[in-house]
Write a protein that binds this ligand. Structure first.
Ligand SMILES: *Cc1c(COP(=O)(O)O)cnc(C)c1O
Length: 414
């Protein structure tokens, strides 16, 4: 087994911490925790998908599109109406000018946009620099490309998880080719400030790096403004921006995403993307195109953000009352909470026990770090919980966690 060849799947399993010593591939922590939730009837605050669907008129538009015959391969880049709607959205929201014919590409969710961009732009010998913790697909696709994954930490402090700017400058080498950014950030809930983005931009310009930025939570912020790094001086020419309808519209299963940026880079991404999936989501594309230009849908998304801010507060207050240390997120679906004050040093161990102890499921923050990294050590006792669940579910979860913590404090078993 020691002489096992370096197959891509093995690199992916190793990079995501799923390769065990005997060469077997373990299920992801998300699969393990969701199975545990199903088995025990615990409330699943692990995986981040909404338990309420998006706007009914958008669902109706997709159903109508099926009945109207939008059921064959759409154009390779995406249907013109959706390409135009993405360009119009970027202009209306951020003042970014994009030619829909050459600077926008529709993908199978943000996931495929990121995968196609990484596979198109980096290879063996290149380094890809991401924040740490990071969304799990990044490590997988960097490994698939044969590139080296380097990271810069987000560090917990009074102002939230903030970018370590000195570490950022130190992490860049002459092999760094791409910075893969994510703001609003999963799993910390950080919304990078204009100053933090300016320091990333300065590094990218100085070292002539490309930036790939995952902005799927662009509309789900709670007071902190979302700034696309492509809007900073001289950054549009080196930045690929990724987003998706999954999170903004609460249709995560539709998998309609997009990537935009300079025409030559979009051509590169499209060259790879066309042989991954070619196309997808024919009836969903016109529905999302209409949604992106519909002011009523924009109001629905704004209401979603308002409602999520309230649900964030409900969950954060409850976690604090139960004894966790909480860093209140400024965006996304997620909060990171530290179980160390409750006497738990190992977040993964507590996540496996929590369904039995309290009837609640979370995922360990370590799932978003590299094995053995300093950030992994710093976050060893942290757990990610999602608040994109209906208020009664969160209320019940918070009550359960409170009862468990109270029982612990008085020495009883719940
Ligand atoms: C959910 C999520 C994605 C995946 O988006 P899809 O459009 O479903 O592929 C990508 N990045 C982050 C940070 C996410 O949380």
């Amino acid at each position: 087994m020691s002489a096992a060849p370096d197959r891509p799947w093995r690199r992916v399993a190793a990079a995501t911490g799923l390769l065990s010593a005997d060469g077997q591939v373990r299920p992801t922590i998300f699969a393990e925790m969701s199975a545990l939730a199903n088995r025990t009837g615990a409330l699943n605050l692990g995986q981040g998908f909404p338990d309420t669907d998006g706007p009914p008129q958008v669902a109706r538009a997709a159903a109508d599109a099926i009945m109207a015959g939008h059921n064959q391969y759409p154009p390779g880049a995406g249907i013109p109406a959706l390409l135009g709607a993405v360009a119009a959205h970027q202009h209306r929201s951020y003042g970014l000018e994009l030619d829909p014919d050459t600077q926008v590409l529709i993908t199978t969710g943000a996931t495929e946009a990121i995968a196609a961009a990484v596979l198109a732009l980096v290879g063996p010998g290149d380094e890809v620099l991401t924040l740490e913790p990071f969304y799990d697909s990044y490590a997988a696709v960097i490994a698939l490309a044969g590139a080296v994954h380097t990271t810069v930490p987000l560090v917990a402090g009074p102002g939230g998880f903030r970018l370590d700017e000195a570490a950022l400058r130190a992490a860049v080498t002459d092999r760094t080719r791409l910075i893969l950014l994510n703001s609003p950030h999963n799993p910390t809930g950080t919304v990078l400030t204009r100053d933090e983005l300016a320091s990333v931009a300065a590094v990218a310009r100085t070292h002539d790096l490309l930036v790939l930025t995952d902005e799927v939570y662009e509309h789900l912020t709670y007071g902190a403004p979302h700034v696309p790094i492509a809007t900073l001086p001289q950054m549009a020419e080196r930045t690929l921006t990724v987003s998706s309808s999954g999170k903004s519209l609460s249709f995560t299963g539709w998998k309609i995403g997009w990537i935009s940026g300079p025409a030559d880079l979009i051509t590169a991404v499209r060259t790879v993307k066309q042989f991954l999936t070619y196309v997808s989501g024919a009836p969903f594309q016109p529905a999302v195109a209409d949604a992106l230009v519909d002011p009523q849908v924009a109001a629905w998304v704004a209401d979603l953000a308002t409602s999520l801010a309230r649900r964030r507060d409900l969950l954060c207050d409850g976690l604090e009352r139960a004894g966790f240390t909480v860093v209140v997120p400024q965006g996304t679906y997620f909060v990171l909470a530290d179980a160390a004050p409750l006497g738990y040093a190992d977040g993964a161990e507590l996540c496996r026990a929590l369904p039995g102890l309290a009837g609640v499921v979370g995922v360990p923050a370590g799932a978003f770090t590299r094995a053995g990294s300093a950030t992994g050590t710093a976050l060893a006792s942290w757990i990610r919980f999602t608040f994109v669940k209906q208020t009664p579910v969160l209320t019940e979860a918070v009550e359960r966690l409170g009862r468990w913590a109270d029982a612990g404090r008085t020495g009883e078993t719940p």
